[in-house]
Design a protein around this ligand. Structure first.
Ligand code: FAD
Length: 480
């Protein structure tokens, strides 16, 4: 086939997480010959399952945001619509040094929609609540219009518009829980929809109301799949295999080089595949016409040999406990709680999984509760790093006791798992890597944290590659 201008373009997708699998699907649908190359034996990346008391449990992503409908559309395409489940409407809590309180309902990253309502006043005090309540009356300004050219952070904008109290009591614990990043390091653009809603309304309180209304319209802010999010990656893998995509697991790509590019007699026409991928012993894995790097930022930067600022990645750890204790039947902290600085608790958040997802409660023995704690944030190693399993279990039981207000003894723990992860910071307004023509990038460091951002991001990256490939070999790229 080499040398023919009529062969289908061969595309390598490096990384078999959701981004890579979604991109592979789009490329295969458009008629490309696709190979997915994944470092691990496991496909799905940060969507990963484990067994807890014999029941499936998500140790990575456990749900998806319903905004914009991108994940539902994929779920429906894959025939999984009947698997969609919704969380119990129990609300979540914040634990501070002063105690545990329910979060005011409906806010975006903790920005209250009704600052003077009793639930918000309980966090803000009267002064803090009044300061926030007048925000819609303040002069409209543009995010980032302040002193420097640097993009404005969520923390700076909240402090300026709503005051320190809203930032410390509500926004900081939620930003740390959701993005593992302090709001003073989190660019506004990383919070989906917030910058646009703020630009439209000129007020953070009004922007939070708009985002609340949009998620109510979508039937709730998050949903999941019965049996766990691995149902999505399992279906994606089956789908791409059906479309003829080749999948190579256990293969780490360490080098990407450009080879022969154009047919000598017909500039612009491909003769030999342009890109060469090698593994750690220098063996050629694949030659191809285009490459999609659906890997973490640090890996993409190495493969592109780009001298960029060091990637903004950090470690976190998830620790999940299956606890037999009927005192938890009452779901004392609703679906879970976020932890504010200074509360004397190492974990940054706890999800009461079996209270949040009734379908999961049905999979574990009666009276057993699954609690999922997360540790670590940007700039701070997880408190569990370097701890033995016994020490980690002890710390998780102590933290869960403090968060839930119910003493949990390790003797009541029927099963548990720990799973370390490396996560990247959400993207800023300007891309940090500029891949050459024929190479593109996808992932949450490109399009934003979470499946609702990476699914459309991966589709967009695949579409850009197809646009690049089509003039080179128009006759060979059919549409599905
Ligand atoms: C603990 C945790 C909880 C989360 N919870 C949620 C949630 O509830 N909802 C939500 O929407 N999102 C959640 N997320 C975020 C979500 O999981 C990610 O945004 C998403 O899965 C990223 O997918 P990806 O394919 O871009 O990256 P990844 O899933 O990281 O995939 C990248 C893949 O590239 C592979 N790779 C790396 N280097 C190489 C190499 N050199 N060669 C070949 N392959 C390589 C990796 O092994 C990996 O499989 C969570 C993340 C974590 C860590």
């Amino acid at each position: 086939m080499h040398g023919s201008t009529l062969r289908e373009p061969r595309v390598a997708v490096v990384g078999g997480g959701v981004s890579g699998l979604v991109a592979a699907r789009e490329l295969a649908r458009a008629g490309a010959a696709v190979t997915v190359i994944e470092r691990d034996e496991h496909l799905g990346g940060r969507v990963r399952g484990a067994a807890l008391c014999g029941a499936p449990f998500d140790v990575g992503a456990e749900a998806f945001a319903t905004r914009a409908g991108a994940v539902e559309e994929l779920v429906s395409d894959l025939g999984l619509t009947t698997h969609i489940v919704h969380p119990a409407r129990l609300g979540s809590w914040v634990v501070t040094a002063e105690g545990a309180r329910p979060l005011p309902p409906g806010g975006a990253v903790g920005i209250p929609v009704r600052p003077l309502a009793a639930e918000a006043r309980a966090h803000l005090g009267l002064r803090g609540a009044v300061r926030a309540a007048v925000e819609p009356l303040l002069r409209r300004d543009r995010a980032g219009s302040a002193a420097s050219d640097a993009p404005e952070t969520l923390g700076a904008l909240v402090r300026r518009r709503l005051g320190e109290r809203v930032l410390d009591s509500l926004v900081r614990p939620i930003a740390l829980g959701v993005y593992s990043t302090d709001p003073d390091r989190l660019e506004l653009s990383a919070v989906p929809g917030l910058a646009a809603a703020y630009a439209r309304t000129g007020s953070l309180v009004r922007a939070a109301r708009q985002l609340r209304d949009a998620s109510a319209h979508a039937g709730g802010a998050v949903a999941a799949l019965a049996g766990g999010m691995t149902a999505l990656t399992g279906a994606l893998v089956a789908d791409v295999r059906d479309r003829g995509v080749e999948i190579r697991t256990g293969t780490r790509v360490v080098e990407l080089t450009r080879g022969v590019s154009e047919h000598p007699a017909a500039p612009g026409r491909r003769s030999e595949p342009q890109w060469m991928l090698r593994d750690s012993v220098g063996k050629t894995i694949l030659r191809c016409d285009a490459v999609l790097l659906a890997v973490p930022e640090s890996v993409a930067a190495t493969l592109l040999a780009e001298r960029t600022p060091p990637p903004r990645e950090h470690d976190i750890e998830v620790v999940a406990l299956a606890v037999a204790d009927t005192r938890l039947d009452a779901a004392p902290r609703g679906t879970g709680a976020l932890v504010a600085d200074g509360a004397g608790i190492a974990a940054k958040a706890l999800t009461h999984v079996t209270a949040k997802w009734p379908d999961r409660a049905a999979t574990v023995p009666a009276g057993t509760h699954v609690l999922r704690l997360s540790y670590g944030r940007a700039g701070v190693a997880p408190e569990t790093a370097g701890l033995s399993d016994t020490e980690t279990l002890g710390l998780a039981c102590r933290d869960a006791s403090l968060i839930l207000g119910v003493p949990i003894d390790s003797a009541a723990v029927r099963d548990w798992v720990r799973q370390p992860w490396i996560v990247g910071a959400p993207p800023g307004p300007t891309p940090r890597l500029l891949p050459p023509p024929g190479v593109d990038v996808a992932g949450d460091w490109v399009s934003g944290t979470g499946l609702a951002s990476v699914v459309p991001g991966a589709r967009a990256a695949a579409a850009r590659l197809l646009t690049h490939l089509s003039p080179m070999n128009e006759s060979s790229v059919s549409s599905a």
